[in-house]
Every structure is written in structure tokens, then in C-alpha cells.
Design a protein around this ligand. Structure first.
Ligand code: ADP
Length: 151
């Protein structure tokens, strides 16, 4: 079975994340969208809420499941039998950051491969960080998040 893990904070999930998962879904038998619980990063939304949104968004995507993990992504992949990571690239700064992480994961994950999809132009300006800023400022984020999310 070709299993990919799509790790992230998903704080909250955006239409950019959804697009990436749906474009990658035909390439794998299964994609696990996994919320990494990062003790260093203080999330805006509680883990349970982020998971509930992910479950709702992907309920009809038959080969997509939702999970969460503590600690190293590479160790989580080993536990669930995933040999692939899925990540998105929006711009050059994503590339610089992702390159290092993927090279590290290849070593500590014993050949764990990261598959990158370039963001669609319509979504390359969307990030959870921007969405959180708009929420904090009391703006409307409906163009950036899937309709399953109520804030
Ligand atoms: P992290 O905290 O690990 O950066 P995110 O939830 O912010 O987690 O992002 C997870 C993944 O989704 C990253 O690979 C990121 O590049 C990708 N991603 C985020 N927004 C978009 C977007 N608008 N289009 C394509 N990929 C995206």
C-alpha cells in the first residue's frame, strides 16, 4: 500500500490545503492528513476543533483519513507504514524551508520521500497565518477556508 502523510498544523485548514490533498489523492492508496502537535507552537484553535474540521472536509474522500501525532513526523510515518510525505510549495521561502526538512526526513526516516506539489496560482497567497491574522482583526475569511468551517 502506498501511504502518504500530509503533516501540518492546519490552524485552521484552508482551501489551499484541501486543493493539495485532492490533487495528490489519485497518486496514493491512502493519504493521512495528520495534525502535528507541536508544543513549541501555540495554536489559535484547539486540536479537537482542527481535527473535527478536517474530518468534516474529507468525509467523502474515500482514501483520505485524519489523525494527529506528537513528536517527530518521521517516527509517526514509520508507525503508520507511510513511505511518503506530502507537502505544498507556494513560493521560494517555502522551498528553502521544505528542502532542509525533506533532506533531514530522508535520513532520519530511512528513505522517507517527500512529494511536493506546487500550489495552484489562485491559492499561492493563502496561508493559515494570514487567515489567523484576518480572524484576529475581525475580517471575513470565508474566501480562504472550506465551507465546512464555522467560526
Ligand atoms: P506547518 O505548520 O507544518 O507549516 P501548515 O498547516 O501551515 O503546516 O501547512 C502544511 C502544508 O500545507 C505545507 O506543506 C504548506 O506548504 C502547505 N500549504 C499551506 N497553504 C497552502 C496553499 N495555499 N497551497 C498549497 N499548499 C499549501
Amino acid at each position: 500500500m502506498k501511504i502518504a502523510v500530509f503533516p501540518g498544523s492546519f490552524d485552521p485548514i484552508t482551501v489551499g490545503h484541501v486543493d493539495l490533498v485532492r490533487r495528490a489523492a489519485p497518486l496514493f492508496d491512502k493519504i493521512i492528513v495528520a495534525v502535528g502537535v507541536n508544543s513549541q507552537k501555540k495554536a489559535l484553535f484547539p486540536l479537537e476543533r482542527r481535527l473535527e474540521w478536517l474530518r468534516r472536509v474529507f468525509v467523502a474522500d474515500h482514501n483520505v483519513s485524519v489523525d494527529h501525532f506528537d513528536g517527530l513526523t518521521a517516527q509517526y510515518c514509520e508507525r503508520v507504514g507511510a513511505r511518503y510525505l506530502l507537502r505544498g510549495l507556494r513560493n521560494a521561502s517555502d522551498f528553502d524551508y521544505e528542502k532542509t526538512i525533506s533532506q533531514l526526513n530522508h535520513i532520519i526516516g530511512h528513505g522517507l520521500e517527500t512529494l511536493f506539489l506546487i500550489s495552484r496560482p489562485a491559492y499561492s497567497h493563502i496561508s493559515s497565518t494570514i487567515v489567523r491574522e484576518i480572524i484576529r482583526g475581525g475580517g471575513d475569511v470565508s474566501p480562504f477556508v472550506p465551507p465546512e468551517i464555522e467560526l
